[in-house]
Design a protein around this ligand. Structure first.
Ligand SMILES: [Mg+2]
Length: 393
């Protein structure tokens, strides 16, 4: 039987979800229609942009730059602190809604789901019509838009949902690959990072189609076994199953990739998101942690875990991420990564600060963040903008 896989991807999830939540709470302005970003949990100087509105994008604001840089580009920028509880709430709502369509559902990340819809046409009718219906219902019931990719495997479904955005349904069936996927630049292919794309382009492999038809021996010579995978993906080949997410205890978060990842920048981006979620949960419990661990599962299913204990308990995303990043770098070998996770342990309720003559990081940014959150809740968003302006003048 022909497989039918849906990939559902929330458009600009963190920002959309925050916008929906604020509209529900009586805010008149939709964040999606003004220059706005979701920032880290830090002061404007140390936090980074996690998500941005389309309007903010027009100012040249990019993900992962500091909030300070973003504000320089757009002085009227509205910065909303990230709030994991909101993301979790809407992610759960999405999962609950989607799970009535198929028992084979995989939460791929907080805002992306795979559904195995194989053989459900007797129940729900034509899959493409159903995809449009799902998209419309999510918008009406939950308030945000999604892209849905419909294909015969996970890879193609994921590639399809990444075509034109937002609020679109795209198909990428095997007989459409040469028309829809092959003309795209090779760096659009899942798992081909900038570094690999640069090498490929040097050898005149510019499009996914070029890669699909490239000499396998050449690819193996330059990329080892990854070359085989890249050529398979460029041909739309993937038979990985849709499976349920593993659940973990404690304050940890992990992400299993359906395909193995090698590029450190991609892994770092995932790591930052995971640290943001772990950090939020830690802070919402008023805890600080002494130990940060990073887990990796490799393509051959070996599991590694490295941890680091710090002298001063921490709870900001910035602090957790900077340790997690060091750990990740020390752990990366030749093998590709299948799962990445972050865990914080060894809690304390109060931050204990060792006095050090050489430590100039005396400011406790989590306290700053709490005050900012409180003031914004009480007086509205502008209080934060004004304070930042005063600081810079
Ligand atoms: Mg998304």
């Amino acid at each position: 039987m022909k497989r039918i896989i849906f990939h559902i991807d929330v458009n600009n999830a963190f920002l959309s979800w925050t916008a929906v939540e604020r509209l529900k709470n009586g805010y008149k302005v939709d964040l999606r229609t003004i220059p706005s970003v979701i920032g880290g949990d830090e002061s404007a100087r140390k936090g980074v942009v996690l998500a941005k509105s389309q309007v903010a994008k027009k100012y040249g604001i990019v993900t992962a730059e500091t909030l300070y840089q973003a504000r320089c580009k757009c002085p009227n920028l509205v910065i909303i602190p990230s709030d994991y509880s909101i993301y979790k709430k809407y992610s759960d709502e999405l999962y609950d809604y989607l799970s009535k369509f198929s028992p084979d559902i995989e939460m791929f990340s907080i805002d992306e789901c795979f559904l195995d819809m194989t053989g459900t046409d007797k129940l729900f009718g034509d899959p493409i019509t159903l995809a449009y219906k799902i998209s419309k219902e999510i918008h009406e019931k939950l308030g945000f838009t999604v892209n849905i990719g419909v294909a015969e495997n996970k890879l193609c479904a994921k590639m399809a949902s990444d075509f034109e955005k937002p609020n679109k349904v795209h198909t990428l069936f095997m007989n459409e690959i040469h028309k829809k996927m092959w003309p795209l630049s090779v760096d659009n292919l899942f798992m081909v990072g900038k570094k690999s794309a640069d090498i490929l382009k040097k050898f005149n492999i510019k499009t996914i189609g070029d890669l699909a038809n490239a000499d396998i021996n050449f690819l193996i010579r330059h990329f080892k076994s990854r070359g085989i995978m890249m050529k398979s993906y460029a041909n739309g080949i993937d038979d990985s199953p849709v499976h349920e997410e593993e659940r973990q205890d404690g304050i940890s978060n992990s992400e299993t990739f359906p395909y193995d990842i090698y590029e450190i920048p991609i892994l770092e981006e995932k790591l930052l998101e995971l640290c943001e979620m772990v950090g939020f949960r830690l802070r919402s419990m008023n805890y600080y942690c002494y130990t940060v661990s990073v887990m990796l599962k490799t393509s051959s299913f070996k599991v590694y875990s490295h941890q680091k204990k710090v002298d001063n308990a921490i709870n900001t995303t910035h602090d957790i991420y900077s340790i997690a990043r060091q750990l990740l770098k020390s752990m990366m070998g030749d093998e590709k990564v299948r799962l990445i996770g972050v865990r914080v342990t060894n809690f304390t309720e109060k931050r204990s600060k060792q006095l050090s003559l050489f430590d100039d990081e005396t400011e406790d940014f989590s306290e700053v963040q709490k005050v900012v959150d409180h003031l914004k809740n009480k007086y509205g968003k502008d209080i934060f903008i004004n304070a930042t302006k005063i600081k810079r003048d």
